[in-house]
Design a protein around this ligand. Structure first.
Ligand code: FAD
Length: 471
């Protein structure tokens, strides 16, 4: 018998449910396949940095599989529509008896998988696995069997479920009794790739595991105190590995509990666990509310907000030239590294939507086009939270003040100066309002004045939301 493992967002050999299941029969020949779909990636605005990250990890996956006697084939088709036909012919050629794959929960992905299963018909037995989550979507529900719309009760129910039984990790498959030739050099994807700073995002499954171990040893205990300060390296920086499946959430959970056994009881490590549960919350929501994948707001009336279409303001936001130092430093971190600190993602998203009254979907798209950890569920969830259009979102009348956010979370401007060298000489006291200092000193800074007046912007936004709610 021949088993096929179709790799997608699960580019690892450890704790990979589909791979482990395919390898269970020691006599089966196991073949892996990765299908690049550049046309689809373009439609989904995948960041060239994420394409590079995936490309590199497909390569290291290919080596890790080869060492275990599993060949990885890499093929490219235009988009998801072309997958079914390709898989059908691949399965025929390779005499595949069974297909193993890990679910993806986004709408297009689910439609693609349904089409593939249909095309393969009875000839190939297909098995899917809930691998990228701790608990399957639909398994954590209210008494009425509905998906929670508010995070805290979801999280409580989630932890209760974990107490009843932890999802176990499966080991990497043992080497099969077959020697394979060295894996082929990967052909270029037809997609632009942008170099990654490997000191921030080292390539390789083992590197991700090491980073997880190191984080769970100590930093996770200080996470609660440090996670909101972008100048501190206080978060795990594992998001890109989780988004592409180089690491699994079960690996994170078990490593956390090994070092901090009280994390499930609210002890040390529980705040980080809570973030992993946010990740689950947004994934479960996608399945319960597919409209979230269709660019629709969760709260329908928010679609009536009349957004301002000011291209120059949008451009200033993208480029980090708004005149609000914390916003600009954050956007430059994103543009330069493909990653942004969570506190700052909330600040810049709020600024775009609530200060510039820009449609949140434009920000969501721009983030996707830049993020190395771009993930539809988390990104959409984050944007809808910030725009007050989502489940359990910030109420629309709660609007961040970008200057006070900077003062609270980067008081001395350490992070700001790292990304805005033009503000190096501005004294701490004025680092969040450099234009005030420049005027006093009668200096001309190589840095823009604020493109909006926050107080007025706030009033205009409240009015726009209020009007939408009433209409
Ligand atoms: P840690 O603080 O160490 O958290 C551990 C892991 O938990 C993360 O790697 C991530 O997988 C998950 N996580 C943490 N916070 C959240 C959250 N709020 N929602 C969902 N999962 C979370 N995260 C993405 O992975 N991809 C995105 O495209 C993305 N877009 C976002 C957009 C906005 C507007 C906002 C406000 C947040 C977004 N997030 C996104 C969530 C969060 O900002 C990142 O997961 C986090 O900053 C990644 O850094 P870390 O790995 O050091 O996180």
């Amino acid at each position: 018998t021949t088993h096929l493992v179709w790799f997608r967002n699960d580019l690892r050999v450890n704790d990979n449910l589909a791979l482990a299941a395919a390898c269970r029969d020691p006599h089966a020949r196991v073949v892996g396949l990765f299908i690049a779909t550049p046309g689809q990636w373009r439609q989904h605005d995948m960041a060239p940095r994420q394409a590079e990250f995936i490309w590199q990890h497909v390569q290291s996956l290919s080596h890790a599989l080869a060492q275990r006697g599993i060949e990885l084939r890499v093929h490219e088709v235009a988009d998801f529509n072309a997958c079914a036909e390709y898989l059908k012919s691949f399965c025929e050629q390779q005499h595949i008896d069974a297909l193993f794959y890990n679910y993806q929960y986004e709408l297009n992905e689910r439609q693609r998988d349904a089409a593939v299963e249909k095309a393969l018909g009875r000839d190939v037995v297909c098995q899917g696995f809930d691998d990228s989550v701790l608990l399957p979507p639909g398994s954590v529900t209210t008494g009425n069997h509905e998906m929670y719309k508010v995070f805290t009760p979801f999280s409580k129910a989630f932890i209760k479920r974990l107490h009843e039984g932890l999802p176990e990790c499966v080991p990497a498959p043992k080497a099969r009794e077959i020697t394979l030739p060295e894996p082929e050099i990967l052909r270029e994807f037809d997609y632009s790739r942008q170099p990654i700073d490997e000191s921030l995002f080292p390539i390789g499954e083992q590197q991700a595991i090491n980073q997880l171990r190191q984080f769970c040893r100590q930093p996770v205990a200080d996470y609660e105190q440090q996670r909101d300060f972008p100048a501190i390296d206080g978060t795990s920086r594992l998001s890109a590995y989780l988004a592409t499946g180089v690491l699994s959430p079960r690996q994170c959970l078990h490593r956390l509990l090994k070092e901090h056994p009280q994390a499930l009881e609210g002890g040390s490590g529980s705040i980080w666990l809570n973030e992993l549960i946010w990740r689950e919350f947004y994934r479960h929501l996608l399945v319960a509310y597919p409209k979230l994948c269709r660019h629709q707001p969760f709260i329908s009336w928010t679609d009536n907000v009349v957004w301002r279409q000011d291209e120059s303001q949008f451009l200033a936001w993208q480029q980090g030239k708004t005149g609000f130092p914390i916003v600009d430093a954050a956007m430059r971190q994103l543009n330069t590294t493909g990653w942004m600190h969570n506190r700052l993602r909330m600040v810049v998203a709020s600024f775009l939507v609530k200060d510039l009254l820009c449609d949140w979907r434009r920000g969501e798209r721009y983030f996707m086009s830049q993020l190395i950890d771009g993930d539809l569920a988390a990104n959409n969830g984050g944007w809808q939270w910030a725009a007050s259009t989502g489940t359990d979102a910030a109420p629309y009348f709660r609007i961040f003040n970008p200057t006070t956010q900077g003062e609270r979370f980067d008081a001395q401007g350490e992070f700001i100066r790292r990304w805005l060298p033009e503000l190096t000489d501005v004294p701490d006291k004025y680092i969040h309002t450099p234009w005030v200092w420049a005027e006093k000193q009668q200096l001309k800074l190589d840095y823009p004045r604020p493109i909006v007046e926050h107080k007025q912007a706030r009033i205009a936004t409240l009015a726009a939301y209020e009007a939408a709610r009433k209409s």
